[in-house]
Every structure is written in C-alpha cells, then in structure tokens.
Design a protein around this ligand. Structure first.
Ligand SMILES: NC(=O)c1ccc[n+]([C@@H]2O[C@H](COP(=O)([O-])OP(=O)(O)OC[C@H]3O[C@@H](n4cnc5c(N)ncnc54)[C@H](OP(=O)(O)O)[C@@H]3O)[C@@H](O)[C@H]2O)c1
Length: 264
C-alpha cells in the first residue's frame, strides 16, 4: 500500500506540531508547513531519529498564495495527492475593534483563514480527482460565540468556519471531507506568542478544562479516520454547544457578561 501523505500547517508549534508527530509515528509522510524553518527541521530530524514516517519541511507563510501554490505543485509532483490536510496554522491577539486598524485586521486574517484557504485550494483538484481525502480545520469556539475584545481573532475564525461550511456543501458526495475541529484551551505556546489574550477569556471559556497539544492531536488523528463535520473536544465544550443550540442569546449574554469589560 502507498504511504499515506498528510499536509500539516502550523507544524512548528502546538497543535499542528503534535499532529505532525503523531501522524509520522503512524508511518504517514508528513509535509510540515510553517514559517520557522529551524523548528520544522528539528521536527524532521526527530522523526528520522525514531524511524517514523518522513517529515518533509516546507518553510513558508501560509498567507503567501504564490508560495503555497508552488509548495502544492512540488508536493504533488514528488509525492502525489495528500489523503489529509490539517489546517492548524493560526495566530492572533485579542483586541477591541477600535484597537484593530486595517493593517492588523489583514494580519489577523492571514492565519488561520488565508493559510487554510490557500492550502486547501492548492490540493483540491487532485483530491477531487482521487475522490478521497480529509481536510481538517482547527478552529475555535469563538467562531460561534464571540467573546468581548477579540474582534480580529474571532473574524478570522468565523472566516475559517465559512471556508469549512462552503467546502462541506460543495464537496458533498465527492469523497473529500471537510471537518471543523474545535477545542477549548490548549496548553500550547499560543498565549505566549499572543500575550494579553487568555486572561480576557470569558469565565464560560475558562470552565472548559484545558487539554495538551498531544490530546488535541489525538482528536485530529481520530477525525482523519472517522471524518465528521463538527468535532468538539473536550466534553464540557459539547455541553456548552448543546446550551448554545437551545439558547444562543443566553450564551452570548453570558460570554459578554463574564468576559473582559471596557475600562471606563
Ligand atoms: N491554544 C489554544 O488554546 C487553542 C484553542 C482552540 C483553538 N486554537 C487554534 O488552533 C490554532 C493553532 O494554535 P496553537 O495552539 O497550536 O498555537 P501555536 O502553538 O502558537 O502554533 C501556531 C502555529 O501556526 C503557525 N503560523 C502562524 N501564522 C502562520 C502563517 N502566516 N503561515 C504559516 N504558519 C503560521 C506557527 O508557525 P510559524 O510561526 O513558524 O509560522 C505555529 O506553527 C490557532 O488558530 C488557534 O486559534 C488554539
């Protein structure tokens, strides 16, 4: 059987890195995408040292459409069509709208949204021709319930959710699946890279027990073998979504009332 191929973005850190490690450990060839080459090379060396599946380094900015298109062409020529894409590249500080000038908004849209769009687009033709494959988008509960002072962060996650919902409709019956995987807090470097964020999360979000990047990656790997449109992890998040489905206004109010308040 041909070696399975996965493209994982955000592979230099956190959820993406842990997913790349777990897929390589299962024998997948993993194309690891992120901007920091040194970290990706470290990951590739680690996989080679333990005799896991090969990790192919692709150091690039997911927001750069041309660089992503060139990467997709290279990967398909050398290794064929991926069976999985995991869009885990993401960044973004939490700010009030009046603290979010257009240049910052553009930056916040770069990842996850632009990166996920460019990478998915780059492989869609060949996945459609193969009639199989899973595209996982690593999203946030903020793509359903926005919390105060997270304008650009939330808009980028809503855009990612929009990409997923569009693919869900348009790929129906093609054999290619789109999955939106949401977590509560994950103990990655995210909040070091994007300081002044988690401390402003609403109390509702802080009720969700945190999980490690490895636990998040396990959820993603499970989703690749059993694709579902929406995956919520951990269980408390599922309970909160249940409440959101029956009383969306109440959950929005709770998020607002228990989140960051404007200083007067
Ligand atoms: N941590 C949490 O609590 C949590 C919870 C729910 C959802 N999420 C979402 O999950 C995603 C991943 O978060 P994480 O916790 O794994 O964060 P992380 O540890 O900070 O990792 C983010 C990854 O994204 C990459 N990245 C950022 N911008 C990029 C760009 N323009 N092009 C290519 N790669 C880019 C970073 O690599 P380089 O800097 O090397 O490019 C890094 O590998 C985010 O969208 C986040 O919102 C996180």
């Amino acid at each position: 059987m041909a070696q399975q191929l996965a493209v994982v973005t955000g592979a230099s850190s956190g959820i993406g890195r842990a997913t790349a490690v777990q897929l390589a450990a299962r024998g997948w060839r993993v194309v690891a995408v992120a901007r920091r080459r040194d970290r990706l090379e470290q990951l590739a060396a680690q996989a080679a040292a333990v005799g896991a599946g090969e990790v192919v380094v692709e150091a690039l900015d997911g927001a750069d459409a041309e660089a992503v298109a060139a990467m997709a062409a290279r990967v398909q020529e050398r290794y064929g069509t991926p069976g999985a894409i995991v869009n885990s590249a993401g960044a973004g500080v939490w700010r009030w709208p009046e603290e979010t000038p257009p240049a910052l908004m553009e930056e916040l849209l770069d990842a996850p949204f632009r990166s996920a769009y460019h990478v998915s687009y780059g492989f869609l033709d060949s996945m459609l021709a193969a009639g199989s494959g899973v595209i996982v988008h690593v999203g946030s509960p903020a793509s359903f319930v926005v919390w105060p002072s997270s304008t650009g962060y939330s808009i980028s996650r809503w855009a990612l959710r929009g990409l997923h919902e569009s693919l869900l409709q348009d790929l129906h019956g093609t054999g290619v699946h789109s999955c939106h995987v949401l977590f509560g807090e994950v103990t990655s470097e995210y909040f070091e890279v994007n300081p002044d964020s988690w401390e402003h999360a609403p109390w509702l979000g802080k009720l969700i027990p945190s999980i490690t990047p490895s636990e998040a990656a396990e959820g993603i790997v499970r989703t690749l073998s059993r694709p579902r449109a929406l995956v919520l992890h951990p269980r408390v998040l599922r309970l909160q979504f249940g409440l959101f489905r029956v009383a969306p206004g109440l959950v929005r109010t709770l998020a607002r009332a228990t989140g960051r308040q404007r200083s007067t």
